[in-house]
Design a protein around this ligand. Structure first.
Ligand SMILES: Cc1ncc(COP(=O)(O)O)c(C=O)c1O
Length: 395
């Protein structure tokens, strides 16, 4: 490449780069020709739109915008977590603890497990990706429900695997059909409970039946990103201890309100965790996130407060959907998914009113939007905007 560039050395610098830009098309491969072919068809994750982006796009004051698009905690984070994060800034010239000693200790205590059974990630998203690094090769199959959290599919495709998407039944994942979809090529089975974007949850018995139906060469991954919103979350720690191939992921992004810090974790068998650690980059969890997460975990009163507030917000949204006669999926998480006729149009209209939601066309649900539970007044804004959209549609 240098050689090619040097062919233009007789030209002045500006002209050199113009000639180079023209000629390299002729005799040099492009980056797209050089990368792994799978990457060219790799879908791209579409995040909820950030407030500042929407403000710029629509000429709105950011302070007036309500973001109910990414299932964040409208009450923020525990003041203790924020203080711990700020204090950690004083040492920010030092690398973080790559082994996350304090956080793993705190998590081990709260889970009643060994620290060696826990892996910390840059969000639980990274932990999900580590599973791809560790297990998925070209041609491997990964079973998931249709319309499941899109990252399962992205991770599978990224490592050359084949996502096997099992049709849902009454808008819930069909766990028996998922078990039946397992073949000799299956490496992983992903299930989120509560599920995103449906908000539906599975019972301990339902999930256990699925696990019991899985052959020994399959690792079952239970994504517990929203499990803290459940009154009583299914618990597979005994089965993990008994040697069943189960791995669970959790996050500090949701009820703990630390989404911006990117910190999550997974727990399972110590051998599996040590293998996942081989694929992990050395300092994947930053120091501020680690400190804030330890403090957040220690403030369970805040978590309890958020859980209670979320239950009130869910009722506020769902009862209004009922009055409006809108079909919705009863939610066990911090968001509700509703059929508004035209999800894309509702999203655009509500965004113009300064309310950001999530249209669900990428999940094959073009008529639906997902609305995160906000504060009471944020929910009121969302409901008012939705009501006016629906009345315009009706008339
Ligand atoms: C089901 C589910 N799993 C995992 C994640 C990833 O969360 P994070 O990477 O912030 O921990 C999300 C985020 O929305 C989610 O909805």
């Amino acid at each position: 490449m240098t050689g090619s560039y040097n062919r233009f050395r007789f030209l002045p610098d500006g002209a050199k780069s113009v000639w180079f830009a023209v000629f390299r098309r002729i005799d040099m491969p492009t980056y797209s020709e050089l990368v792994k072919p799978e990457l060219l068809s790799q879908p791209v994750y579409q995040p909820g739109k950030p407030i500042d982006y929407v403000a710029r796009e629509l000429g709105l004051d950011p302070a007036t915008i309500v973001k109910l698009a990414s299932n964040e905690n409208p009450l923020g984070a525990s003041p203790r977590a924020i203080a711990a994060g700020k204090a950690a800034m004083d040492e920010v010239h030092l690398y973080p603890d790559g082994g996350c000693y304090d956080l793993k200790r705190a998590l081990a205590d709260s889970l009643g497990m060994d620290a060696a059974q826990i892996i910390v990630g840059n969000g639980s998203n990274e932990v999900l990706e580590l599973l791809g690094h560790a297990f998925i090769e070209k041609g491997d199959e990964v079973v998931m429900g249709q319309g499941a959290f899109i990252v399962y599919k992205l991770v599978t495709l990224l490592f050359g695997g084949t996502p096997v998407e099992v049709p849902t039944k009454d808008r819930r994942h069909d766990l028996r059909a998922m078990a039946a979809a397992v073949t000799d090529r299956t490496k992983l089975v992903f299930l989120a409970s509560p599920d995103n974007p449906s908000g539906a949850a599975n019972s301990q018995e339902e999930i256990q039946e699925l696990i019991d139906a899985l052959p020994e060469h399959v690792v079952f991954v239970l994504d517990e990103a929203y499990s803290e919103y459940l009154d009583e979350a299914p618990d597979f720690r005994e089965m993990i201890a008994a040697g069943r191939k189960i791995f669970c992921t959790r996050t500090f992004s949701k009820i703990y309100g630390l989404a911006g810090l990117r910190i999550g974790y997974g727990y399972g068998d110590a051998e599996l965790v040590s293998l996942l650690n081989r694929a992990r980059e050395p300092f994947n969890a930053n120091a501020i996130a680690q400190a804030a997460a330890v403090a957040a975990l220690g403030d369970q009163a805040f978590v309890e407060h958020c859980r209670a507030a979320n239950a009130v917000g869910l009722t506020q949204l769902q009862s209004q959907f009922e009055s409006l006669e809108i079909e919705y999926i009863p939610s066990y998480a911090n968001f509700v998914t509703a059929n508004v006729g035209d999800g894309g149009a509702a999203f655009e209209a509500m965004q113009r009113d300064g309310v950001i939601t999530r249209p669900l066309a990428p999940y094959g649900m073009a008529e639906w939007i997902r609305i995160s539970v906000g504060t009471e007044s944020q929910n009121e804004r969302a409901l008012a905007s939705l009501t006016s959209f629906l009345s315009r549609q009706g008339g």
